[in-house]
Write a protein of this length. Structure first.
Length: 144
């Protein structure tokens, strides 16, 4: 029997569940404070948590062995994450979580498009149909 902890599907579904909690908790938490302050606090928590996990897993020594290209791409990814979080918290401070989150999840569509354009990934007709349905669903939920 396959180890369920090695299933990408399990981890993706857990990610979705935690992302949903993130939206609800962030919407409630951003009330009465600046969205940038909320993003900063959340970032500190994530930094502490991931640092602790890395140390407990004994992976800290790996930091010195990261290839330059990987380091550059991860720094750029981190900058994109920061920009995404700033925009997300600003949107949550201005709108309903139930409308903000679906538009934020259009990132799924953009990842598929960027994967095809920049990573050479291939999608089937069924995959493209799913991307279209995700787009339509997000727009239907976000707008009245």
């Amino acid at each position: 029997m396959a180890d369920p902890l090695q299933s990408w599907r399990l981890w993706a579904l857990l990610s979705a569940a935690f992302a949903a909690l993130t939206a609800v908790l962030a919407k409630a938490g951003v009330e009465g404070i600046a969205s940038e302050t909320a993003t900063f606090l959340r970032t500190l928590v994530i930094l502490a948590l991931t640092g602790a996990i890395m140390l407990l897993a004994g992976q800290a020594q790996g930091l010195g062995r990261i290839p330059g290209r990987s380091a550059l791409l991860l720094v750029l990814s981190g900058l994109a994450t920061g920009a995404s979080w700033l925009c997300y918290f600003r949107a949550l401070s201005l709108g309903d979580a139930a409308k903000v989150a679906p538009l934020d999840k259009l990132s799924v569509v953009l990842v598929a498009l960027f994967g095809v354009l920049f990573l050479g990934e291939r999608l089937s007709a069924t995959n493209w149909l799913g991307i279209g349905l995700i787009t339509a669903g997000a727009l239907l939920v976000a707008w009245r």
